[in-house]
Design a protein around this ligand. Structure first.
Ligand code: SAH
Length: 228
């Protein structure tokens, strides 16, 4: 297949993406930079978009859904602050909930960062494609569940981090409830057409909310998201 034959060329594009789109824009988290230098983004896009895999934007993945811009994947991943979590909890890999599997790219980046990833996707077709793709690439241990991620996933809670790659009107309550002490929820919050990247940090019984930067995501459709 073309994308395999071109692996070396894509590796060069990937290294340049990490340098110009991430590092030069202030992404400094070593775990994130190393993971995104490894995960072959070209394997997560459709064949006809192959040449655009490392461009500085989101790309369509079918069904009106998108694979997020590399910079946004990096910002969200570093906002989880998994390095600090791992240092404080060396006993095992941090369990991270990834809502909106889409292509599976974000889930693969989190797994590369050392997380034990559970990813939830509402579209069964996208979920099946992502699961197959992740297995093909060797990510056997990423769990992909079909369901409404806005309502959380209590079966594996609490989580060391929760990342939502779709826009919500408010940080979904069930997700806040599933944060472990010290964990962070990263979610775009706002209107359907414009949001702010938002971090909710649980510190004991307290919640600290921080707004980072404007962003545009497809809507989180579900009970604690937007109506269909
Ligand atoms: N993280 C993905 C991009 C996500 S795009 C990647 O790396 O490719 C947003 C995804 O969220 C879409 O696939 C959409 O179907 C899904 N989604 C929307 N609402 C959802 C919900 N309530 N629960 C789970 N997934 C949802």
């Amino acid at each position: 297949m073309r994308r395999e034959r071109d692996a070396e060329r894509f590796a060069r594009l990937r290294a340049r993406m990490v340098e110009t789109q991430l590092r030069q824009r202030g992404v400094a988290d070593a775990l994130v930079l190393a993971a995104m230098a490894e995960v072959p983004r070209e394997r997560f896009v459709d064949e006809f978009l192959l040449e655009l895999a490392y461009t500085d934007g989101a790309l369509g993945i079918g069904g009106g859904q998108t694979i997020s811009q590399p910079y946004m994947v990096a910002r969200m991943s570093e906002s989880l602050e998994l390095g600090a979590w791992i240092a404080a909890h060396p006993e095992g890999p941090p369990r991270v909930l990834d809502i909106g599997t889409g292509s599976g790219y974000q889930a693969a980046v989190l797994a590369r960062m050392g997380a034990s990833v559970i990813s939830v996707e509402r579209d069964p077709e996208l979920a099946a494609e992502a699961k197959a793709r992740l297995e093909e690439l060797g990510y056997w241990d990423i769990r992909v569940e079909v369901g409404d991620g806005s309502a959380g996933l209590p079966a594996f809670a609490p989580y060391a981090g929760i990342l939502v790659a779709a826009a919500a009107p408010e940080p979904p309550e069930p997700l806040i409830a599933e944060l472990a002490d010290g964990a962070r929820l990263v979610v775009p919050v706002g209107r359907r057409d414009l949001q702010e990247l938002t971090v909710v940090h649980r510190v004991g019984k307290r919640l600290e909310t921080e707004r980072l930067e404007p962003c545009v995501f497809v809507p989180l459709v579900g009970r604690f998201g937007f109506p269909q």
